[in-house]
Design a protein around this ligand. Structure first.
Ligand SMILES: O=C(O)C(=O)Cc1ccccc1
Length: 315
């Protein structure tokens, strides 16, 4: 996981809570709290609204899972509304347990509560061990454990969460390691209001959202070739409905490099020419420290030489 790199001006951090979520683990990994506040929020939207309102300085939210894909609540909130920027990312390996109130036998579990992304990752196990169990969605994995720990009626018999959430809430673990994919990883992003741009490290990523001008044959290719000709490697590409009309999509994209890198700047200018809108969602150090494989002709020095050559011609 990423070591802490907390800019000095950030003091109040929000996260998708309650305590015991994978998102809290991501925030703890990023910011080993030294007097800074870590505040739980009930949903991604609630955390990002508090950030936009200025109640917190940054928010840790899930963005992508290696098994289930993008987290729509996060992608859509970042693509619209008051601008926010990603200033860091954290990768967290995911392990799930099935937990219940003490005394509940596995054979009697009829309903299971958890976050939709967690349910999608334990579907195989559920099919084998609790094929008739009904799914009850909760706003996070730890929210299902917290609900079971409250006295009185609860909407489900068991919850799926991190081992730490089950033990925080004094629940019994009915089964361990129930994820269908043992190497599942979730990627979390630390989001702030614009104005914080982490310095380039040589191992950076940039996130943008592209809105096309009009639907036409080769429209997506036109966007992709902006990256290809400048040697910029994409690490995530998703289309999301804009909500404006049926068939209206935007593209949410992560790629290697920092906005201050020449090839990234040239790519963004190319995209700006061919798109109706380019929303910049930040440049930040990669959690895995992976450095891009820069092709000959696409280094900062190559772009500088070419620009100097053109200026010479014009002079
Ligand atoms: O609900 C949580 O614990 C989260 O942090 C969101 C989530 C849910 C499922 C897998 C990874 C992250």
């Amino acid at each position: 996981m990423t070591p802490p790199r907390t800019p000095d001006q950030l003091h109040r951090f929000g996260y998708l809570g309650p305590r015991g979520t994978f998102t809290q683990m991501a925030l703890d990994a990023w910011d080993a709290a030294e007097g800074r506040e870590h505040l739980p929020f009930g949903s991604v939207d609630a955390a990002l609204s508090a950030l936009r309102a200025g109640d917190i300085d940054a928010a840790m939210v899930p963005i992508e899972n290696s098994v289930e894909g993008g987290v729509s609540a996060t992608l859509d909130s970042l693509a619209t509304g008051e601008p926010l920027v990603v200033i860091g990312e954290v990768l967290v390996p995911i392990t799930f347990v099935l937990c219940a109130r003490p005394g509940m036998p596995l054979a009697e579990v009829r309903t299971v509560g958890t976050h939709s992304h967690a349910w999608a990752q334990v579907r195989g196990w559920m099919g084998r061990h609790l094929p008739d169990a009904a799914y009850v969605p909760t706003l996070s994995t730890a929210a299902s454990a917290a609900a079971l720990a409250q006295p009185g009626e609860v909407m489900f018999d068991a919850g799926v969460c991190a081992p730490v959430a089950a033990s925080n809430e004094g629940l019994e673990v009915l089964a361990e390691d129930i994820g269908d994919n043992a190497s599942a990883v979730t990627r979390f992003v630390l989001v702030a209001r614009p104005g914080t741009l982490p310095e380039p490290t040589g191992a950076d990523k940039t996130t943008i959202v592209l809105f096309q001008r009009e639907d036409h044959a080769g429209g997506l290719l036109e966007l992709l070739e902006q990256f290809a000709v400048r040697g910029v490697n994409m690490t995530r590409l998703e289309s999301r409905p804009t909500g404006a009309a049926m068939g209206s999509y935007c593209f949410s994209i992560d790629f290697e490099g920092h906005v201050l890198d020449a090839r990234v700047g040239e790519t963004l200018m190319g995209l700006r020419r061919v798109c109706a809108e380019v929303r910049f969602l930040g440049s930040y150090p990669r959690a895995d420290r992976g450095r891009p494989d820069t092709r000959p002709g696409t280094t900062d020095a190559d772009f500088d030489h070419a620009r100097a050559w053109l200026e010479d011609l014009r002079a």
